[in-house]
Design a protein around this ligand. Structure first.
Ligand SMILES: Cc1cc2nc3c(=O)[nH]c(=O)nc-3n(C[C@H](O)[C@H](O)[C@H](O)COP(=O)(O)OP(=O)(O)OC[C@H]3O[C@@H](n4cnc5c(N)ncnc54)[C@H](O)[C@@H]3O)c2cc1C
Length: 454
């Protein structure tokens, strides 16, 4: 999540936001998620030469989801993770499993027509269903709670929500419920910031690191092999690709690059199409049942609809997990913990006495189109999937399945994503970030002036 369109003791550290892979062993960032993870099994790094049907680079939701679908389909999968499973955005995010894409289904309808919009929406819904299935089938304990509320900070956003609701209805889904006024939204959130919103019963929130760790176990139970501490240093992009690490290599029939914002410049043509963006989350001390229920009357996920948005929810032990901000290029300001606390107090001034126990950040990747970049490197069996533009929890899960369908010979649904033309960001390697920052100022200004972009 990010773009959408205190002085207490705070534990925080972000060991490496911009992880250009290096052989150094990297622990999980010091987040609430890492502190409450329910599995700390560590896998050995790759050594020597091995063979695989599919070698996956990256142990976040994209790599894990693809790995599970592929292993289930009978492929021998070897997954290489530079650090730890869930070390990247998948283990650090806001935990909002929201159905949809950064651009909105309405934009997809305008661009590709109603039939295509129906398919994009049904695949987004399937992404969340896959998470539910994984939780049930593999008994993953990750505090999954259904329900999500989109929050409008002005009438323009509310109007945009109603339009999006109508698009969903045209696509055959009439279960988005508009909350048309302040009193309606104040029945859910103890904040005066919102003029209305909508409720989506299909979306959810969850503990993302525990989901990733459970999916890693699931992949192994299906015969997949995972190596942590195995940064990939080079990929020979051929029909028979070879993946190299410092101490080993994988000869594979197929390779899937799933490093997202952390892939760096491993493949320059990919780097040109992505910009890493950092976002931050703070976790309060546990609020207690009563205070938590007074703050968020329903245990749903909540996000507003500003260009640089706030997202928040309760953890299982009743902390407020409050996320937001976005810095193009993946910067981490020194004062981000206090800046996030100030953002939280703008929404919930009644929390001024509450201690912040954790603060952390991470990077995700955006594309120019704000739709995922999914495809195949020319003349090779090397595939890639990344650039979910802040909406990755559910989309990674469907994209993993589409990759598996594609390798099994059915590219129909994969092509819905691969046909979206992804262009390099203007400005080249050195100017693309400043160019996007300048573009975003306009929208940030509109946020500040209370005029949403939608
Ligand atoms: C702070 C934050 C909040 C967010 N909140 C939300 C939210 O609430 N809802 C939502 O839908 N989305 C959210 N997102 C976005 C979402 O988390 C991502 O879109 C999604 O997790 C991407 O998953 P991934 O597997 O593609 O990438 P990642 O989870 O980043 O995983 C990539 C992995 O690849 C590894 N890797 C990279 N290069 C190499 C290499 N050369 N060799 C080996 N391994 C490598 C990395 O170490 C990393 O573990 C958020 C992101 C952040 C950072």
């Amino acid at each position: 999540m990010t773009e959408n369109r205190g002085k207490q003791a705070i534990h925080f550290s972000v060991p490496s936001m911009n992880a250009q892979v290096s052989p150094a062993r990297r622990a999980h960032t010091n987040s609430y998620y890492a502190a409450s993870r329910n599995d700390d099994s560590e896998r050995a790094g790759l050594q020597g030469t091995v063979k695989a049907d599919v070698c996956i680079v990256g142990g976040g939701f994209t790599g894990l989801s693809a790995g599970i679908h592929l292993a289930r389909a009978g492929y021998k999968v070897v997954l290489l993770e530079a650090n730890r499973i869930g070390w990247g955005a998948s283990g650090r995010n806001g935990g909002q499993a929201i159905i949809g894409y950064n651009s909105g289904i309405g934009a997809l309808e305008s661009r590709f027509g109603l039939d295509a919009a129906k398919n994009y929406l049904s695949m987004a819904l399937e992404g969340c269903d896959i998470i539910r299935q994984h939780i049930e089938e593999f008994q993953i304990s990750c505090d999954f709670k259904p329900g999500h509320v989109g929050l409008a900070t002005d009438q323009k956003q509310l109007h945009a929500m109603e339009k999006e609701r109508q698009v969903w209805a045209r696509c055959g889904r009439d279960d988005l419920e508009l909350i048309p006024d302040r009193p309606g939204v104040q029945d859910l959130v103890a904040s005066s910031n919102y003029v209305g919103g909508f409720f989506d019963p299909n979306s959810a929130h969850l503990h993302p690191l525990n989901l990733a760790l459970g999916e890693a176990r699931a992949l192994e139970s299906l015969g997949g092999v995972i190596h942590e501490h195995s940064p990939v240093t080079k990929v020979d992009v051929h029909q028979k690709p070879v993946v190299h690490t410092e101490e080993g290599r994988v000869n594979a029939d197929y390779v899937l690059l799933a490093g997202n914002a952390y892939l760096g410049n491993l493949i320059p043509s990919i780097e040109a199409k992505l910009i890493p963006v950092s976002s931050f989350v703070i976790a309060t001390e546990p609020l207690g049942e009563e205070r938590a229920a007074a703050l968020l009357k329903k245990d749903y996920g909540y996000t507003d609809w500003r260009y640089v948005l706030d997202y928040y929810r309760l953890s299982a032990d009743k902390r407020l997990l409050f996320g937001g901000k976005s810095y193009y290029g993946g910067a981490q300001p020194a004062n981000f913990a206090e800046a996030m606390r100030q953002d939280m107090l703008k929404v919930f001034p009644q929390l001024s006495d509450v201690k912040i126990d954790y603060a952390w950040g991470g990077n995700f990747a955006i594309t120019y189109s704000r739709m995922p970049d999914v495809g195949r490197l020319r003349d090779s069996n090397v595939f890639y999937a990344h650039g979910y533009s802040g909406h990755g929890v559910t989309t990674t899960h469907i994209v993993g399945r589409l990759l598996s369908e594609m390798l099994a010979g059915n590219a129909e649904r994969f092509d819905y994503f691969s046909r979206i033309r992804q262009v390099p960001f203007p400005g080249g390697k050195y100017l693309k970030v400043p160019a996007v920052v300048m573009g975003s100022w306009y929208y940030r200004l509109r946020d500040m002036l209370g005029a949403s972009r939608k």
